[in-house]
Design a protein around this ligand. Sequence first.
Ligand code: HEC
Ligand code: HEC
Length: 312
Amino acid sequence: MPSLFNRYLFPLGKSYALMAGAAVFALSVPLIAQQVPGRGLYSEVQAERGRQLYQSRCAPCHGASMGGGLAPPLTGTTFAAAWGGKPLSQLASKIRNTMPPDDSGKLTLPQVVDLVAHLLRADRIPAGTADLAYDEKILSTVILPGRRAVVLPPAGNLAQVMRGIMFPSSNMIFNVQTNDPGLPVAKGAVGQGASQSFSWVDWGAGIYKGWEIVDYAAIAVADSAPLMLTPGRRCENGRLVPVNRPDWIRFTQEMAQAGRAAYAAAQTRSQEAVSDSSNQLSDSCLHCHEVYRDKPGGTAADPSNKAARCQP
Ligand code: HEC
Ligand code: HEC
């Protein structure tokens, strides 16, 4: 059976825990080896102990090959769907506090982590040399990746994604600072044919109401954030988008949060609330652009040095 987790876990700092949409983010995650240099999370010996314990204490309900039976599977797609995006600490405490649910006796903490090691090995997450310890701090920084059945390669470069999605969407939100989306639309002001030149705004504006457009723009910002972490996407200058860099991941998360905040504000239908939240949004764009986009030292004609983009 193929591994149902991605090959690697997702180590995270607290400040950029990408809980939302972790299945998507997990595609581009740094290798576990970067979190604990040179070794994996658990040892083969430990996983073997876990396997033996599993056979006697867990297999009767969860199946000899962990595929489920009386109880849910502990490997495979169903398991990944239930646990992907959650920290390893949650899985460990589920086992620690509730398993086995019968009266066969409580597990010790070393037994719990042995079982976790067995689960990790079953999903082909590579072993290292040292045992996994029951250390809440360590366990909570490792996120179990979900698995996407289909991975589509990027169609465009990063600048195209920015111009196609982030730019129009965030401008619709910034627009709320000076225009009330709740006001009725003046006749002939928008809609097909209102403007002579091609305009993406005019095209849709006759269909959705003002506040709805703000809702959708905020959702577009929040939910398109994972596109910034698609592996294999390049910047205009040909450099790969630095999807594994912690600050890049943090900036991406910041934008996703700003999108969510804008959506929450839009849902109050208060122009003032959205105006306030739009500062958080522009900050999130700015923070990443300061580091990765706005490089001085271009030509006189184009002072922004595009050749230096997409690296810190
Ligand atoms: C007597 C049957 C039984 C035994 C033995 C048992 N479990 Fe369970 N387990 C269940 C049932 C039923 C559930 C689903 C209800 C729940 O989540 O509590 C479950 C749920 C789980 C879950 C959560 C699965 C999910 O998809 O949410 C994990 C992890 C787990 N068990 C691990 C273990 C481990 C490890 C052992 C061995 C130490 C074990 N269980 C022994 C019956 C059992
Ligand atoms: C995680 C980093 C990051 C975040 C967050 C980010 N950007 Fe960008 N942005 C970049 C990089 C890097 C480029 C240059 C892309 C390239 O050269 O391919 C870029 C380019 C752009 C461009 C194209 C500029 C040009 O040269 O034409 C626009 C427009 C843009 N971003 C808008 C936004 C907006 C609006 C937001 C916030 C809603 C945002 N970006 C958030 C990194 C980011």
